[in-house]
Design a protein around this ligand. Sequence first.
Ligand SMILES: [Zn+2]
Length: 429
Amino acid sequence: MAFLIKNVDLLSMDGTESIVGDTNIYIEGDSIIHIGNLRTDLEVDRVIDGRNKLAMPGLINAHTHIGMSLLRNYADDLPLHKWLTEKIWPVEDKLNGEDIYWGSLLSMVEMIESGTTTFCDMYFFMDEVAKGVMESGMRAVLTRGLIEEPDNPNRKLDETRELFKNWNGKGNNRIKVMVAPHAPYTCSSDYLIRVMDLADELDTGIHIHLSETKKELEDSIKLHGKSPIRYVNDLGLFDFHTIAAHCVHVDDEDIEIMAKKSVYPVNNPGSNLKLASGFAPVDKMLKNKIPVSLGTDGSSSNNNLNMFEEINLAAIVNKAVNMDAISVPAYSALEMGTLNGAKALDWEGEIGSIEVGKKADIILIDMDKPHLYPRHNLISALSYSAQGSDVDTVIIDGRIIMEKREIKTLDVEKIKFMAERQARDLIDR
Ligand SMILES: [Zn+2]
């Protein structure tokens, strides 16, 4: 039995840079089975009225730390190093599993309500995040952040191995587990080699922060005589599928390495702007055919998980930085938030575009909003005018997770209450 989204406008993100007007999408099980004309031979048990709606692939937040929502608006207006060492890390030391559970659910509510269907997370107590993924119905790459503990180098690697064993492939393959060394400045080369051994053993990818700040670049040159990108490449990291958050301070030689190797840079414009980290050369990377994706980073450095905001920032910030109004056009920015995210998460065959045979991860935008009229160009409207709150319906893995802005899988009021309670308790602890 199938269900049908009827009379909907469609932006498929399959490479054709145009909208198909008034079409129909049939979904059966977890997959899209037909797009186009109405079919009398397909039995449907449910019809969603798509009039005045636009269907597009669910957004993919390719780098975040969702448990950090409990620290939203706790420490702001500080440079990254000071922010991390004096404010964030001391509180993070006190976090417990219950904090992560409620903080992650709060983030999932926020992501679903703003059209994100898949995210890639790096944090700890990742079992709690996995439980939330199972409950919410979202899709996720889960990674246990690894900051080296020289006295106990095995502990977090063992936790990653356990996480993989317990959760990889769970929820009808909605969960993937990868290995996540936090950054080259928090992991020694010996430790990074052990991390790679683990990725090899589990046959999975790597998620890391790379070249986020000028200080990181300068320290790397002092310590290793080369940029972070060259340093980890020489260690062999890019022989693995690598999701590389930030890549802000990269030069042409770094970009050449990234283009050749399986490196998937994630641009986090909101976080980079707020922490004054700088501007990643997104335009240059895209022109070198590197599929740059988008992330929000944690909600304490952004301070929200609204991917429509990141799409808009990616499109407009790069124009200003390059003093070139055609830099990162609207469609490219949308591609960064969808298909390129799927490539980054090694999920391109299944998600990132609306095509027959792919998983049904679809969002419906309510186009009946004043800021979305007139309808000269809907691709521009989505990139430059749309808001996360315009998302009306969210379908993940063929399941309706939100309809008419009502989340079906989670108790939103309870989650907001519990997150606030945990956050207060955490600061007082
Ligand atoms: Zn991050």
